[in-house]
Design a protein around this ligand. Sequence first.
Ligand code: 3PG
Length: 394
Amino acid sequence: IRYIDDMQLTGKRVFIRVDFNVPLEGRRVTDDTRIREALPTIRRALEMGGKVILASHLGRPKGPDPKLSLEPAASKLAELLGAKHEVILADDCVGDGVKKQVRELKDAQVLVLENLRFHKEEEANDEAFARELAALADVYINDAFGTAHRAHASTAGMVPFVKEKGAGLLMRKEIEYLGGVLKNPQKPFVAILGGSKVSDKIKVIESLLPKVDALLIGGAMAYTFLKAQGIEVGKSRVEGDKLSLATKILEAAERLKTSIVLPVDHVVANEPTEQGVKRETPDRAIPADQMGLDIGPKTRAQFNQHIRNAKTVIWNGPMGLFEVAQFAEGTRTVAESMANNRTAVTVIGGGDSAAAVQQMGYGAKMSHVSTGGGASLEFLEGRELPGIKALETK
Ligand code: 3PG
């Protein structure tokens, strides 16, 4: 893969696929991490004298939808880039109007194309649409790691139709950290997985199990593992059809001599809300009328110990229902333990855990917080991502 630094951009039309699929509340961007993380590439392209065109999707519209306009993202970008640069929002991503705007684009201006998914051809990876996008560009740069698992017109289809192609700086950082964890992690290597479902993480578990020294499991998926071991889990969320799979994973870990560390105590309540009456269990069992909602204090201490001694730590998936303050302590302490281990490579594998880490203010203390959700998971599963594959040069 070529990276933007090794390219010649002066005077060229540089089409940068970014992932500005950010959370919105009305017209307000509630988490601008993805926009901030795209800044180094955007700034570099501008400094290198390129005419910068940005393209992204936002949400999953079924056609043009003013509520999913990229306008809030473009405004946020303008604010972050500062007064030296003008950000122009096009009213479409293809067509004569856009072509004209590209022709008239001046140095230091940035043209943001409107939501790619206003055209169904984007997700269908339609060739005519891909060619239209490609016609806007001399150089194609993909910096949208978060969308790299999609084989869409803007991430894959258009690439062969542009003269030059390469990856941006965010893409490079993501590949270096997530790839580094998979390829040559410093030992001890500890992975922490959480979230609600074993089924979402099964391929990640299979990919990491032979590589890690310990796999710590929290979140609701832990209850499926505990139940598979015959432990009482009360009203906790369990995937009844994944019990034998959980048993197989535990057996595989034993064969590989990898320790899977499950919670030894829990924070439970009668209901999963702020009003729920919170209690801690003395051991692994959960009373019949209670549901597990977070890892307990002994488990937090054990997890902390593993994280403290590690040289590489990767984490994906919250330890409990962290959106509800009284069930957030497990997720917070894992974030804190990772932040405190300054000698390890610490990587947050995206999605909810990345949001939690940012929200709790530990983002800057990690080696890397992935901007991907599904993309990070698929990367960690060891799969080839179409958006990365399209950039490979033979
Ligand atoms: C994401 O947020 O995971 C990416 O932007 C991809 O979005 P999608 O799941 O709608 O394709």
